[in-house]
Design a protein around this ligand. Structure first.
Ligand code: SF4
Length: 335
């Protein structure tokens, strides 16, 4: 039986066990906390069927008003540095910032964290403008089955994403893709995913589970079952032992974390950081990783690290203070 047949026949536990052994051998015990930093709440495309932005586009009259203040973005990067979170990527809808502006933000983050940044800013032909401040380029594939991908993301042609990633590789950048589970794919669609990873030489996959947003066609759809999610991740790990795998789970599904780590995740993501930090939800993330027998790099609870300052840039202080106050406030509400 191949990996896909094993998922179809509900043989998830043996897959997880195999995947776990491979992960420990190839990646060790560390699990990273990954934070996608958003640049804007605007997207020129605004037509991916599952996306929150697709519900917002008609309400935003001036796209520039949906852009975040750059100092607020940099303050978030400084807090990630303090808490030892990785910045998963800078993420923004199409048309929210120009390439020179994105490069400038990435360069400033690179100075703050001393780590080059990944980008997830849509299909672009302007990769040559980036340099040492960029670690890699992410293609937001979302669905690996080409026909389903066309239906769900009509303005993000798969062939153009692949071309961009190939150019990224030629320029020396790493390559990543994002995949959302629960958009109507089947286990057999993993064939498409595996082919894409091999053909393009993908270094990192981020899996998400569907978050059914109100106002989208998926609003009443259930999120994918935890063992299906685990099976997909485990099969991907077995097929690609060296691949970085990041798994996103929502705050209403924190119990997914342990099984996803045992299935091959090397990083976890998609948490509302400032709402969860220091609360029982943050503690739960740490406990999930602990009980999977892993060591969490970074903290969700250590206020000493969060408060450690001042930042090297005075102009960021008011923004940092605002985020810290939010964390302290949420903590007291949850105490
Ligand atoms: S391109 Fe990205 S941000 Fe824009 S609608 Fe699609 S998923 Fe949402």
């Amino acid at each position: 039986m191949n990996l896909i047949e094993k998922i179809e026949n509900f043989e998830i536990l043996p897959l997880m066990e195999r995947a776990n052994n491979i992960t420990l051998k190839e990646h060790g015990r560390n699990i990273s906390l990954e934070r996608a930093i958003f640049l804007s709440w605007w997207c020129d495309k605004g037509d991916c069927a599952f996306c929150y932005m697709s519900t917002q586009k008609p309400n935003i009259k001036d796209p520039r008003s949906a852009r975040r203040k750059v100092n607020s973005i940099l303050a978030e990067a400084e807090l990630c540095r303090r808490m030892d979170w990785n910045i998963e990527f800078l993420s923004g809808g199409y048309g929210s910032f120009t390439t020179p502006e994105i490069r400038d933000i990435a360069w400033n983050i690179y100075q703050i964290t001393e780590k080059p940044v990944w980008l997830n800013v849509g299909i672009t032909q302007e990769l040559e403008e980036y340099g040492e401040e960029i670690a890699g380029i992410t293609g937001a594939v979302e669905v690996a089955n080409p026909q389903l991908q066309r239906e769900i993301c009509p303005s993000k042609p798969l062939n153009e994403i692949v071309e961009m990633l190939e150019t990224a590789g030629d320029l020396g950048f790493k390559k990543a893709i994002t995949i959302i589970l629960g958009l109507g794919e089947t286990p057999s669609d993993l064939e498409y995913l595996f082919e894409l990873i091999s053909k393009v030489g993908i270094d990192r996959v981020t899996f998400y589970s569907l978050n059914p947003h109100e106002g989208t066609p998926f609003q009443n759809q259930a999120q994918p079952p935890s063992l299906y999610y685990a099976g997909v991740v485990a099969a991907t790990r077995i097929k690609f032992p060296k691949l970085e795998i990041v798994c996103g789970t929502w705050v209403d599904n924190l119990a997914n974390i342990g099984p996803l780590v045992l299935s091959g995740a090397t990083g976890i993501t998609k948490f509302p950081l400032f709402k969860m930090f220091g609360t029982r939800y943050g503690k739960r993330v740490e406990e999930e990783v602990h009980w999977a027998g892993r060591k969490l790099q970074g903290t969700f609870t250590d206020f000493d690290k969060l408060l450690k300052g001042p930042s090297p840039r005075k102009e960021l202080e008011p923004f940092i203070k605002r985020y810290i106050d939010k964390c302290l406030n949420n903590k007291s509400l949850n105490d």
